[in-house]
Write a new protein. Structure first.
Length: 294
């Protein structure tokens, strides 16, 4: 039996969360084109007859320009030191740049298997892929190189087989029915936050937080209330939109994903709350059990 931990690292927007969702066959990590969408490390547990891989999705590593960026980088670096395998994702459709070089400098002294995954191969031809492999293969001592398309789920099975070859012999850490270490309420809140990013673009800062105030089961449906916390009235107006249209769109799209997660009908109510003071926000979150939110 093979079992162990593998962290997914890479610069922002290379497809770490998309890859995790593709491997698991279920959406547990949110995605968007906005950098630093992933704020909280989330574990996705892959099980089959041969063993278990506990994937740790980390925030995108980048040169930080604010305290949040520094905090997210520390999360990722801490994870690298505490796993069995490092999976380094790059965007194969883009040229080698300073962001990837910055991460590789951090990986040079890591004494554990490092698998290079070239993602988004559906966007390039075979000749370009071959050149990318040649360019990367000698930059650091990669244990293996695997090209994939997380979006189209191409070569995912090959990646799983390669990862298993580097896992230690071990018992499974989680039971076979567990797909993530995060509670359902966390996943629901994240699905709402994902749609906020998707529908508002750069207008909404990363300080926006979502939390589930209540989940009630009524016969054949779930009734769920989610609070969206911002620190300015102007942001509240953006999220609500003209005549409440924006928040309706956010709710509709989030509800679709939540229904897939819960495999049941969902009635979703969204509320926007302005909390200007950081300590008030921290206290408010703690009251609802969200002690790990930054």
């Amino acid at each position: 039996m093979k079992a162990g931990f593998a962290c997914l690292i890479g610069r922002p927007n290379v497809g770490k969360s998309t890859l995790l969702n593709s491997i698991l066959g279920k959406k547990i990590a949110i995605t968007s084109s906005k950098a630093q969408t992933t704020r909280n490390m989330i574990q996705g547990i892959y099980n089959d007859e041969d063993g278990q891989i506990v994937f740790v999705d980390t925030p995108g590593i980048h040169k930080p320009n604010n305290r949040l960026g520094e905090y997210l980088n520390k999360q990722a670096y801490f994870t690298i030191s505490d796993v069995d395998i490092v999976i380094f994702l790059i965007d194969a459709s883009e040229k080698l740049g300073p962001g990837d070089k910055f991460i590789m400098e951090k990986l040079k002294d890591i004494n554990k298997p490092i698998i290079l995954v070239l993602n988004k191969i559906d966007q390039i031809n075979k000749e370009t892929l071959y050149k990318q492999i040649l360019e990367y293969k000698d930059l650091i001592n990669f244990s293996d190189i695997v090209p994939v398309s997380a979006y189209k789920k191409d070569n995912i099975n090959t990646l799983i087989k390669v990862i298993k070859t580097y896992l230690p012999d071990n018992y499974k850490y989680y039971d076979e029915d567990t797909i993530t270490n995060k509670p359902t309420s966390f996943l629901i809140a994240e699905m709402v936050r994902e749609q906020i990013f998707r529908k508002t673009g750069e207008e909404i800062p990363h300080s926006t937080t979502c939390l589930v105030e209540s989940i009630r089961k009524k016969k054949d449906a779930y009734l769920i209330n989610v609070v969206i916390i911002v620190d300015r009235e102007s942001l509240k107006k953006i999220i609500i939109g003209k005549n409440g249209q924006k928040i309706k769109e956010i709710g509709m799209l989030a509800r679709y994903n939540i229904e897939e997660l819960l495999e049941n009908k969902v009635y979703l109510e969204l509320f926007v709350k302005v909390i200007k003071n950081w300590r008030d926000k921290e206290q408010y979150l703690t009251e609802f059990g969200y002690k790990d939110f930054e």
